[in-house]
Design a binder for this molecule. Sequence first.
Ligand SMILES: [Zn+2]
Ligand SMILES: [Zn+2]
Length: 372
Amino acid sequence: MAKSFYDILGVKKDASQDEIKSAYRKLARQYHPDLHPGDEAAANKFKEISEAYETLSDPEKRAAYDNPSPFGDFGSGGSGFESGFSGFGGFGGGGGSIFDSIFDMFGGGGRSGRSAENIGDDITVNVTLTFEEAAFGAQKEVTITRKEPCPSCNGTGAKDGTKFKTCGTCGGSGRVKQAQETPFGRVVSERVCPSCRGTGKIIEETCPDCAGRGMLRKNVKLKVNIPAGVETGQVMTVRGEGEKVANGRAGNLQLIINVLPHKIFKRTGADLYVDLPVTFIQAALGEKVKVPTLKGTELQFALTEGVKSGSVLKLKGHGITTKRGTGDMYVTVTVDLPKKLTKDQKAKIKALEADIKPEQFEKVRDFNKNAF
Ligand SMILES: [Zn+2]
Ligand SMILES: [Zn+2]
């Protein structure tokens, strides 16, 4: 004998809606097909759970299941257990509630409402920022083309939003029922009415502004606030600024960030990196040098006497400031040597060389000690 829907969900016959919902969520999470790819038993179990929930979560369907009418819900054929079956809306037939629950459960972007057809698509645009804009944050204007409900007809497609009549196919409900004989008995499923596409209404006179489509494509300029510290490849979501829909929630606008390189700086997170060439004289004497900041000011500091090429100096707190804090600036020193020396200059360096003791050149001294 087939298990009852109550047995399938493991709840008592007098279980509350909350108990049913919580039992369903627990089981659905356990048997969700995404977690068991290719596992037919799990898929069947999941289907069974979903069918049970579909009926028991709807007070009307549950009552019909608990007290089957001798004739079934839809006239002929159904009796007893089968009438409970004929009461459910057809698994996979677009019944919103099962899928909505799964969306909530798996964090599918918080979709709500009857089904996905009421949510506008996302729009994706590239946003190019200068290095400074990315570092400090910026307000940017983006131009997008999106669908919006036609204002003349309020998105209905009918002239003035009023020239309708009730759909004859579905009698205005927007849904049509379809009966099918299966080995389990008669199964009635419900789907969106093909004549009125679920609106329950037929247009008598079309709106001239949108030719009855209800939607218009519009160029829209939007100001978006880019926070400080964004990086190339990052995607920012602006909720509700994607494609609009007549009855439902607009999609999101997705901004794909592209940051242009800087002539001097590089960036990782909030830290800035700069290569600083200094003359061999500045390096040898430990002279004061300066680096620019992104804001256009200068930072002055003294080199360590005899600083080596490739040394990295950290200037704390001179990175950029983001929500997560302020970074540092890392300065890599490169010692630059003069080229095209004149005879006179060469003679002066030679004289200097004679004056400097070989051990004053630390690296040369260490190398010679190890190599020879
Ligand atoms: Zn219809
Ligand atoms: Zn219109």
